[in-house]
Every structure is written in structure tokens, then in C-alpha cells.
Write a protein that binds this ligand. Sequence first.
Ligand code: PLP
Length: 388
Amino acid sequence: MTATGPSDFDLQIASLGVHADDSYAMVSDVAMPLHVSTTFHYDSDPTKLKRAKDRDSSVKEEKTTFIYSRFGNPVTERVEAVLSSILNGHAVVYSSGLTAFSGALTYYNPKRLSIGDGYHGCHGVARIFTRLSGLEKVPLLDDSVSAGDLVHVETPINPTGLCTDLAKAVEFAHSRGAKIMVDATFAPPPLQDPFEFGVDIVMHSATKYLGGHSDLLAGVLVTKDPHVRDALLQDRGLLGGAPGNFETWLLLRSLRTFKMRIETQAKNAGKIVAWLDSALKNNDIPILTKVYHASLQTEEFVTKQMNTGLFSPTFAIEVASPEIAKSLPSKLKLFHHATSLGGVESLIEWRAMSDPNVPEGLLRLSIGVEDAEDLIADLKAALLSLTV
Ligand SMILES: Cc1ncc(COP(=O)(O)O)c(C=O)c1O
């Protein structure tokens, strides 16, 4: 087998998910062993020992000598090799999506954060930075944005799965000397690659599609610039933002099947949205009032940005009243009523349960890998069981 590494982009995503870390294997196990040690013994040859002050810990070596787990360990190194390959840059993994977001804010340390709607937790993190350093939060693509600021675009956006025009946002940010970050959690590659539009940094909550089994918390930042990667690693080592060994091990295990999961989930969602949209247009379901999904957007940029014909497996619907929205999850057999998204099991959430900023009749659906026709039958029965 050919050894592959983070700089080898010749293989396709499905193969990279399984093999991009092959050259990092330290033992002959086919499945990655779980390394639990927080500390690693120094070289037994005294002539090879370097004092801390003589080591340049700000530069990531291609093959790390492990010292202490907060700064790096064998599992994190392998998961970062796979994520770097799949996400098309230099990946740094964090203990959650929000830790990744705060890692980016810490590194860029902007005066202003230009941010639109989207995941409410990112706004919560921004409020902490406002408290600590006076960070000013301004609307997305606000006229005040200038050099040294950071523009943060979430696309497709939580909870509707609708797309924002990345080419336009990048042009806006760069023309003013600002940096631009994209939260691409709702649509990792192959659904979209924000680097094709020249963004500076990409973040994902790896808890969602990259993890995919609702059993781990992780986040990732991806940059094209190795110096930015080294600085992020340095900050992460000091702030303690790295995930634990078991979480990283679970994430690596999950990445082996990432491509088939995301494609199945996106295809399922496409079929379900098409059915819901036609039911809405034909007035087949009296309580259904709106369906949101990028596949229903008509702007030209949408299919340029998401050019595989597949869109986010997460989207939203609105029903006639908050009471109906509250009851619908209890009528479903194949959807758990729970927050989060991206797992192999379908979820539905009356979104008012966790997000105070959305219409009260809105439900968010995260589509899993079940059979699409079964999911449609389940939704149809539940939607028709409720009346206005
Ligand atoms: C779009 C988006 N970004 C970031 C996050 C935060 O990720 P985590 O829960 O892994 O911290 C979430 C969580 O739902 C999300 O939906």
C-alpha cells in the first residue's frame, strides 16, 4: 500500500478517510489502537535529550516526538492527518466546535466580528470575547468592517440549511483587509469546499457529520497556511483545547465511513425535501406552512457553491402553530426528539427548545441513514395526524 499523508491530495475522499493516516501507524494493527497515555518517555539516549528552551515547540514537525498529551499524542496526530486530507488544508482538532470557534477568535483577536444569524452558541462565545477584550459584534457584511476584523459566515446555516453567497462574502472581507472564516458544519466536503472561494479559515463542529454517531464532541479548524496552523497548535496546547484520547479515537473510527454516511444522508434529505415541497405546493398537508432547504433556493450562486447536486442533510420546516410544532415529534417513530444533528439516526427538534431566536412553529430535521421511503412514510403519517 502506498503511504499517504496530509499533503497527498491525489486520492478521493472515500480513500483518504480510510488511508490518509497509514504512514503514521506505529504498530501493525489494522484498526487504530487507543493510546490513553498523557505522558511519553523521553529518548533513552542522553545525547539526544533537548532542553525545553532548545526545542522550537511552535513548529509542528511532520512526525511529532510526543511529550505530553495536551501538546499532541498519536491519536490526535492521525485524526489530524485524515481531517487535513478530507478538508483540504492543515487541520487542528479541538474538544468541541465551540472550542474551535474560540480558538479562531483567540488567534485572529479581531476588533470587530461581523456575524449573521446562525448557531446561537457562536454568538455566546463572541459575548465572552466582548467581556474580555471589548470585541464588537456587528452584522454580517456590515459597512464598519475594516482591516484586522473577522467576518464569520455560517453556510449552510443553522437551522434552515440555506446557503449564503461565499464568493460575495470573501470579496467583501478581503477588499476591506478583513479575514473570513466559514462554519461549514452543515455541509462538509464533498458537499462544498469553502477554500475554492478563497476563505481564510474553515471550522466544523466535528460532533456532527465528521463524528456522525452522536457519541463524541469535537471541533476542527482548517487553514491553508502552515504558520497559522502552528500558531493555532501553540494556543491550543496552552489553553488546553485538545480533545481527549477516547473522543479522538472515536472520531478517527468515524472518519473511515464519513463519505458514505454524508452522501447517504444528503441523498435521503434531498428526497424528503422534494416530497415535503410538493406536499406543501399541492396543499396535501394542512398543517405544513414552510419548507427550508438549499435545494429549494433559486439564486445562481447556490449550485456553484454546492456543485455535487447534494445539499445539507439538515433543514427546517414550519407548521401552523407552536402547539403543533411541540406535538409533532411525539407522533414520529423513526425520529428522536433531540437537539444536535449529523448522526446516523434521524432527529427532529422543536427548535424553540434550544434556540430563542427562531419562529416558534419551526422544527429542525437532521436526516440519518435510514431508508428514505420509511422516513417519508413516518413523516407523512405524523403530519397528517395533526390538524390546524
Ligand atoms: C453550525 C454549528 N456550529 C458550531 C456548533 C457547535 O459545535 P459543538 O456542539 O461541537 O461545540 C454547532 C452545534 O450545534 C453548530 O450547529
